[in-house]
Ligand binder design. Structure first.
Ligand code: SAM
Length: 237
């Protein structure tokens, strides 16, 4: 196997074991193979997948200590980002991946099984509806999400899943600080309090990242999340 730069950087930055690196490689292979049949990712070049999907997903580890969590939910997880790489690094986690695109569920189930990862449950549905269901509402230690919506909308999709005392970890790009201010009032309405953001960069292409952490301080009022589409149409402010 070629000694890819991004691969080596992942191993060093996140102290990934050889077994975990092998799982990431298998995941990469599955992603590009399945991508020929269904749209999973626009990024398929190996070095780019390792940096922009794997490394990028794992930057959540810099901001939040996943050893303190047992059950986490990835909101709008798509092909498994950021949840899958995090689960590979922290196999003790029970990971639920929520997405409204049903065909991605098959990929996630198959990938979890081929990688030998127990405790991954893909759930098909809209976060607005699932967040109102007893089985999901306020039952996760942490919610994580990348590239789904701007913070005022994303907070309404994610915070209802988090237990009081838990955390919502939003992975954001260069506009992270702006979004943080835009989403502050929404987070408060939903029972959250924004913590100091964590700033980092991708290691090779060096684009800026902000990880916005929101602590769930009180229960989310029962009217949230509103009906599907409403959070995006009329974001909380
Ligand atoms: N998080 C992945 C990543 O970083 O590669 C996927 C990002 S993709 C741009 C956004 C994903 O969010 C899509 O898979 C879409 O189906 C899902 N999504 C958007 N709104 C949603 C909602 N309200 N409920 C559940 N999933 C949603």
């Amino acid at each position: 196997m070629a000694d890819l730069k991004a691969e080596r950087l992942i191993q060093e930055a996140f102290a990934a074991t050889d077994h975990q690196m092998k799982q990431l490689e298998e995941y990469f292979q599955l992603l590009v193979t399945w991508n020929e049949k269904m749209n999973l990712t626009g990024i398929t070049e190996r070095e780019a997948v390792y940096e922009k999907h794997f490394y990028d997903s794992l930057t959540a580890l810099f901001a939040y200590d996943f050893t303190q969590a047992q059950r986490i939910v990835d909101i709008g997880g798509g092909a498994g980002f950021p949840g899958f790489p995090i689960k590979i690094l922290y196999p003790h986690l029970e990971l639920v991946i929520v997405d409204s695109l049903k065909k991605r569920m098959t990929f996630l189930e198959q990938a979890a099984s081929e990688l030998g990862l127990d405790g991954i449950t893909p759930v098909h549905g809209r976060a607005e509806e699932l967040g109102q269901q007893k089985v999901h509402r306020e039952s996760y230690d942490a919610a994580i999400s990348r590239a789904v919506a701007r913070l005022p909308v994303l907070a309404e999709l994610s915070l209802p899943f988090v237990k009081p005392g838990g955390w919502f970890v939003a992975m954001k790009g260069a506009e992270g600080l702006e979004e943080m201010e835009e989403g502050r009032a929404a987070c408060e309405k939903l029972g959250g309090r924004i913590d100091e953001p964590y700033e980092t960069k991708l290691p090779i292409e060096e684009s800026q990242r902000f990880i916005v952490k929101v602590e769930k301080v009180t229960e989310t009022p029962p009217q949230y999340p509103r009906k599907p589409g409403k959070p995006a149409k009329k974001p909380l402010s």
